[in-house]
Design a binder for this molecule. Structure first.
Ligand code: GDD
Ligand code: MN
Length: 376
């Protein structure tokens, strides 16, 4: 310790204490909440050495600048600015992996999670009987009162669905609030999905044999800023569930893709009906128009929903759309072929129809993922 030698001080006086706990806070447009959060953390964690790491996805509201401004005067604050990618889970993973503390917590940046329980979580881990402590809203005095009416119903349904499909040993597998031993996290980190919201669920499903404890807390209402939980986040969640329930046989992205396909069917019938009744086209002409419109609609919906992270822009849209339609046409041929063959064998119309549609969907998905929206 050069500094201590130069000043001939006993080394405990100036030696900085490395953090015992890193609190990882994923942020997207949370600039208005940063200062209150840091303030609350420094109150409840005053007895231990800790740091907070904001994992920010280049928020347009300047959350990362604000965080770094504070970091310049408070060494307990760090900010990881991620550019060119979006995702709550990925931000948490990168944040945790940038820590060297023995314990890491993940907590929302909008003050909805109760910082008061952090110390209890830490003590539970330090006692050594658990690898992870999950903040729960659904047990022993925990509460999800802060969720808006319809979100509360969705959350309860999703929790029920998850606990019945997967064997996860927690009452609140959707929780975004937990503390984990970093060594155990590092073991599974390479297997975790970076998309979507459900990092905890992924962690519990990927790392078998984690010893889990729970800590009830009150989920508060968001006071400032907006929730980023949307249709895409819900579809991603269903995708993750499907993947984990089938031992990663189904790719998570297939779920939003199939959802868009179903919407396309609705578009198809609406256009077909209009073209036949209002425009008076022949059936063949109307069916062709409907097919084309539905395929183009599906292309654009997939571009902003299913493949938002790989979104095609500018003139490349034309090329992508052409390939997408060509894939759709060949998928259609495969669909009819399989259905025809099955129907010839067993004459069960609905089974032949469903199998044909499934083959078509899988083909379209597999080819679109490889030829249209490629990982660059
Ligand atoms: N870096 C980054 N990137 N952060 C994000 C992103 C993103 O794409 N999306 C959201 N966040 C941040 C928000 O800024 C906030 O700090 C935190 O993640 C939670 O996002 P909210 O948008 O506030 O989510 P919520 O309140 O609707 O959902 C919370 O409760 C759910 C339980 O119903 C989260 O904790 C979820 O994880 C949890 O499942
Ligand atoms: Mn929130």
């Amino acid at each position: 310790m050069v500094l201590q030698e130069a000043l001939s001080l006993p080394d405990f006086i100036t030696r900085p204490r490395p953090p015992m706990l890193s609190v990882i806070v994923p942020t997207y447009n949370e600039a208005v909440n940063l200062a209150s959060l840091i303030n609350r953390l420094s109150q409840v964690l005053s007895g231990i050495s800790w740091e907070v790491i904001f994992a920010d996805d280049n928020s347009p509201d300047g959350t990362h600048q604000r965080a770094k401004d504070i970091a310049r005067v408070d060494p307990r604050v760090r900010c990881l600015r991620r550019v060119g990618r979006r995702g709550l889970a990925g931000a948490c993973i990168d944040g945790i992996l940038s820590s060297s503390a023995p314990y890491v917590a993940v907590m929302d940046g909008d003050l909805q999670h109760d910082e008061e329980v952090l110390l209890r979580m830490l003590h539970t881990l330090e006692e050594g009987d658990a690898d992870i402590v999950v903040g729960t809203r659904y047990r022993d005095g925990g509460s999800a009162l802060g969720l808006a009416g319809h979100r509360s119903a969705i959350s309860r349904f999703a929790t029920l669905l998850t606990t019945s499909l997967l064997s996860v040993p927690v009452s609140d597998p959707m929780s975004g609030f937990f503390m984990v031993r970093r060594d155990r996290f590092e073991e599974v980190a390479p297997e975790l999905s970076h998309d979507g919201f459900k990092i905890l669920l992924d962690l519990l499903a990927s790392a078998r044999n984690l010893r889990v404890a729970e800590e009830p807390y009150l989920f508060r209402a968001r006071e400032r800023g907006e929730s980023k939980f949307d249709l895409r986040a819900s579809l991603e969640f269903l995708g993750l569930l499907a993947a984990k329930a089938t031992g990663d046989f189904i790719e998570p992205r297939f779920v939003p893709y199939a959802f868009v396909g179903t919407l396309g069917l609705v578009v198809h019938f609406l256009v077909l009906k209009t073209a036949l009744q209002a425009a008076g086209l022949s059936f063949e002409a109307a069916q062709s128009v409907a097919t084309l419109v539905a395929m183009i609609a599906n292309f654009f919906t997939n571009n902003v929903l299913t493949y938002k992270d790989l979104r095609i822009r500018g003139w490349r849209i034309l090329k992508g759309m052409a390939i997408f339609c060509a894939i759709g046409a060949t998928g259609f041929v495969a669909n009819i072929g399989v259905a025809h063959w099955l129907y010839g064998g067993n004459h069960i119309w609905w089974m032949a129809g469903a199998a044909g549609a499934l083959i078509g969907a899988v083909w379209n998905y597999a080819m679109s993922s490889r030829l249209v929206w490629r990982l660059r």
